[in-house]
Design a protein around this ligand. Sequence first.
Ligand code: ADP
Ligand code: MG
Length: 155
Amino acid sequence: MSTELTWQTISTSTVSTEQLAARIGTRLRGGEVIELIADLGGGKTTFVRGLAKGMGSRDKVSSPTFTISNEYACNGLKMLHYDFYRLSEAGIMADELTEEINDPETVVVIEWGDVVADVLPADRLTIKIEATGEDDRELTFTYPEKYGYLLEGEA
Ligand code: ADP
Ligand code: MG
């Protein structure tokens, strides 16, 4: 296993969470897997909105709670945004997800990923968001060294 790195930061507004995510979005190359962990209303979808903007997408980003996945066009790459909140078993989704994870031109972003934990690669960016106040969020990034470019200049 490769070394895991951690970086923590505080966001004090929706806009600053989106801006941080957008900076990370500009650095995405395709092939990355990002898992977002937070309670309902924590800011997972807000973060994904920033990521997609940073990737150059003009598509509307919303939680795919009922459709399970949304796809956004992003300057040659695509982003697949999953929300497994309503899924009790991975089932056939495991195969679809594996295929997308292995596509070098796709960025896979996941909310509520516990149900597909077996399928997620060890090499992924995990972002844990904790609400510490109405507008305050503590964001903890955990990632392998090979994803260092995603947070370059932030730390
Ligand atoms: P989740 O996808 O985790 O359920 P959402 O992104 O849909 O969360 O909702 C987060 C809510 O919290 C939004 O209404 C957003 O405006 C609000 N919010 C307040 N402060 C922040 C912050 N610092 N970062 C992200 N969202 C924030
Ligand atoms: Mg959401």
